[in-house]
Design a protein around this ligand. Structure first.
Ligand code: MG
Length: 384
């Protein structure tokens, strides 16, 4: 029996994790849950899974929840409450499904606790990948990827000699607008962006998928998780989203991980690793599958991916700056204070103004993050 703490339980990955756990009550037990402010969803999850402790970031919501819960459930709130929850010795493994840079400090605490981490968040790795990997290796903490592409690469590399790796092909569905004209991209609305053709996801990642910044973040995530240089990772548009990524070895052999487009598959493997468990998800019908398509991404139409290429080449504090500026720009787009194409413009401007510092410390990363957020806000205000 594994005691799982799900951080970010009311989001898309959190809910899918609970749906996996629901099928294996004798394997996994939900010991802790955390959410931002969605008290209604969290309350339902508490009633079904009976965790020992929960955390709501919003203090008012935490107070309201506590009044209506049995005293057997301990309720934490705020950032400090989450850090306290993370320290609980009874946790066996984390599912890290907090979205955005908000996951950064909790992730450092989770590594400190010495427990293995199934990691769905990509922003924290983009911010400080080399440091996070170094700290987790030193603490003997396994970072198990949950993102479908990273899970695929990880599965393809299992048991292989990493020194014989030639290229990682990181696949991308292309998002909802890949084949739209530049004119259409200019007038893309928020509701259209939130409707992804292949994956049903949270708002931040849906916008990132539409701009292709999501793939840019994944490029950096791949480099850090698997300790490979920029020239070993190639992004590949693959609209069917069935090949979740591929690895090519020096002898020309290519291994791919292929499965239906369902987050519960990588989530289940991240929980059950190194075992594989039965489930009743429908497989791919290869008799009906007509074709698998691949093409080179167009970074002129999707400049966010080009900016990520630049951050991946220069490294240092540029990835954290890119991530912070993007996070702010996406928030402002969702509030309809920026146009879709202005997201890339804001990110590019903030990156251009940044003086990169190589081999940053944790504090360099924190201050680059704060600086880039401020810059992105003030640039957005100037546009309005
Ligand atoms: Mg992904």
């Amino acid at each position: 029996m594994k005691n799982i703490a799900i951080l970010g339980s009311t989001g898309s990955v959190g809910k899918n994790t609970l749906s996996v756990i629901r099928r294996f009550p004798d394997r996994f037990r939900v010991i802790g849950l955390s959410a931002n402010a969605d008290i209604k969803t969290l309350d339902g999850q508490i009633k079904e899974f009976h965790p020992l402790f929960v955390c709501l970031k919003d203090k008012g919501a935490a107070f309201k929840l506590e009044r209506n819960l049995s005293p057997k459930v301990r309720v934490f709130s705020d950032d400090e409450g989450l850090i306290e929850l993370i320290k609980d010795k009874r946790i066996g493994q984390f599912m890290f499904a907090i979205s955005g840079s908000a996951a950064f400090e909790p992730l450092l605490s989770a590594i400190d606790s010495g427990k293995d981490i199934a990691l769905a968040n990509k922003e924290a790795l983009v911010m400080a990948g080399p440091l996070i990997m170094r700290i987790s290796n030193r603490a003997r903490v396994k970072i198990i990827p949950v993102d479908s592409e990273q899970s695929a690469i990880w599965q393809c590399l299992e048991g292989q000699d990493r020194g014989r790796l030639k290229t990682i092909y990181l696949t991308a569905s292309g998002g909802p607008f890949y084949h739209e004209s530049g004119r259409v991209l200019k007038s893309v609305s928020v509701p259209r962006v939130l409707k992804h053709p292949r994956w049903k996801m949270g708002k931040k990642i849906s916008v990132d998928s539409a701009t292709l910044m999501n793939k840019g973040l994944e490029l950096l995530e791949t480099m850090f998780l698997f300790d490979v240089s920029r020239n070993k990772v190639k992004v590949l548009i693959h609209p069917e989203a069935l090949v979740h990524s591929m690895v090519e070895f020096v002898d020309g052999a290519v291994l791919a991980q292929i499965s239906v487009t369902d987050m519960r598959i990588p989530i289940q493997y991240a929980l059950s690793y190194p075992e594989r468990l039965n489930n009743s998800l429908p497989g791919i019908d290869f008799y009906k599958l007509r074709a698998l398509n691949f093409e080179k991404p167009d970074i002129l139409r999707f400049p966010c991916l080009g900016l990520a290429y630049q951050a991946a080449e220069e490294l240092g504090t540029l990835p954290v700056v890119m991530n912070a500026a993007n996070e702010v720009a996406v928030e402002e787009f969702l509030k309809e204070r920026l146009k879709f194409i202005e997201i890339a413009e804001i990110v590019a401007k903030v990156m251009r103004r940044h003086k990169n510092s190589l081999n940053p410390t944790l504090n360099d990363i924190r201050s680059a993050n704060n600086w880039a957020r401020q810059e992105a806000y003030s640039l957005t205000r100037r546009l309005n």
